[in-house]
Design a protein around this ligand. Structure first.
Ligand code: GLV
Ligand code: MN
Ligand code: MN
Length: 438
């Protein structure tokens, strides 16, 4: 805690970033492999608990294992919550998720260094299994506590080795019977602001370091299973083959043209071939389709077209998740705009826990930090340190506004965001203790 000129948040940010950098990083690719309920996940959770303890924050874990670090008592007054997730996609970048958690602690450190006295609690969250990289359903942590996914469904999800989430929880020393929706935890959240690295070219094109999130495209995941018959690669005539891979390959091409036709995007980023031998015709093939777009009906039409194409090869299709269009809280966005008048508004095609909370009726919003590569879910994902610090500064200003009490000196070093810690004239009002959280 070094004063009110941003030094506290800078040194906090740099130290945390260095601490986290080596956890779950593949030497081979430089990407991160941080999957739910693994040893790496345990190390990340210990790191989060350590950061909370070092600041004297009260650590709670909800009914899905999401971690919450509280400054103040959210059972007296619902708090303002920030944070994100620490897990990754396979060979993911360093910033997707961790930037929001590290920035949250850095912002809290800055507020304290400035002598800020919050009128309501501040919470920092580490959501579990945001990417769904291991068990297939993204935002599992927030979906379960909000009731968007039943505990039965979550516990039955399997990883690539056939290990269920219930088994993985038991291996991690947790009791699967305790997981479920958690209204007690949700009641503590007056509003949620998630800071996240931008995952496309939005902020490059806008020439700005930080944007305010407006909405998330509707998106979903579908599992498509193609039947086939194993046989010899050398002795089976082409006309005698029942090759599961042909259906999969045709469907991938159908997905590309349907996406283009409907103005959406479609991705098959994961497949499974059985038996998986170079010289054996596949007896089964599975493709996981990720479909998104600005317009919900267009996405649905695209997916129907793709699944019809798959059906011609006898495939079975199952919807694994669907997230409708998310629009962040207009009043909350207005408050953020007052604090950050030069920050542009930006929507996204990426899914986030903030979207799940918003759909559950919790006032939510996001801040995006420029990614100069425009690449995400890849080791090439990046954010310059100056932009990360601009994000922390913006988040600090936003939190000061929403925590909304106590005199806070404006930060001396500015990133051109026009951040100022003054009380609000906006229409957003975070949920108070008397309101029903659902
Ligand atoms: C999460 O990052 C997603 O959009 O899939
Ligand atoms: Mn991601
Ligand atoms: Mn993310």
């Amino acid at each position: 805690m070094t004063g009110s000129d941003g030094r506290a948040s800078r040194s906090s940010f740099d130290r945390q970033w260095a601490d986290l950098g080596g956890i779950g990083r593949s030497e081979e690719t430089g990407g991160y492999r941080r999957y739910a309920l693994t040893g790496v996940d345990h190390t990340l959770r210990e790191w989060f608990a350590g950061e909370a303890a070092a600041r004297g924050l009260e650590l709670t874990t909800d009914r899905m294992g999401n971690q919450w670090a509280w400054w103040g008592d959210p059972d007296i007054t619902p708090g303002i919550v920030t944070g994100s997730h620490l897990d990754s996609v396979p060979d993911g970048g360093a910033y997707d998720g961790p930037l929001g958690v590290v920035s949250a602690f850095a912002a809290l450190d800055q507020l304290r260094a400035e002598g800020f006295v919050p009128a309501r609690p501040l919470g920092i969250v580490n959501f579990s299994d945001e990417e769904g990289a291991r068990f297939g359903v993204a935002c599992a942590g927030s979906r379960v506590i909000t009731g968007a996914m039943t505990p039965e469904r979550a516990l039955g999800l399997q990883d690539g080795e056939g290990v269920t989430m219930a088994e993985a929880l038991r291996s991690a020393g947790r009791d699967p019977h305790t997981i479920g929706s958690d209204p007690e935890t949700l009641k503590r959240i007056g509003a949620f602001v998630e800071l996240h690295v931008e995952q496309g070219r939005g902020l490059i094109d806008l020439g700005q370091p930080v944007a305010i999130g407006t909405d998330i495209w509707p998106h979903g995941r579908w599992r498509i299973d193609f039947p086939g018959e194993a046989n010899h690669a050398g002795t089976t005539r082409l006309t005698d083959r029942h090759d599961a891979m042909i259906g999969l390959a045709s469907t991938v091409l159908a997905a590309r043209s349907a996406a283009s036709m409907h103005g959406c995007v479609a991705t098959v980023g994961k497949t499974l071939l059985v038996p998986g031998g170079v010289n054996a015709i596949p007896s089964a093939a599975t493709a996981w389709l990720d479909g998104r777009g600005a317009d919900e009906n267009a996405v649905r039409r695209m997916v129907t077209e793709i699944t019809t194409a798959a059906g011609e090869f006898g495939a079975e299709v199952g919807e694994e998740s669907w997230t409708p269009t998310t629009r962040f809280d207009a009043g909350l966005i207005g408050r953020l705009q007052e604090v950050l008048p030069t920050a542009p508004l930006l929507g996204t095609g990426a899914g986030h826990d903030a979207g799940i909370l918003a759909t559950a009726g919790i006032p939510s919003a996001m801040l995006f930090v420029r990614n100069p590569t425009g690449i995400s879910h890849s080791p090439a994902e990046h954010a310059d340190r100056d932009d990360c610090l601009a994000g922390v500064e913006a988040l600090t200003a936003v939190l000061a506004e929403l925590l909304n009490c106590g005199e806070v000196a404006p930060t001396a070093s500015h990133s051109g965001l026009g951040a100022h810690h003054q009380s609000s004239r906006g229409h957003f009002s975070a949920r108070s203790g008397s309101q029903d959280p659902r």
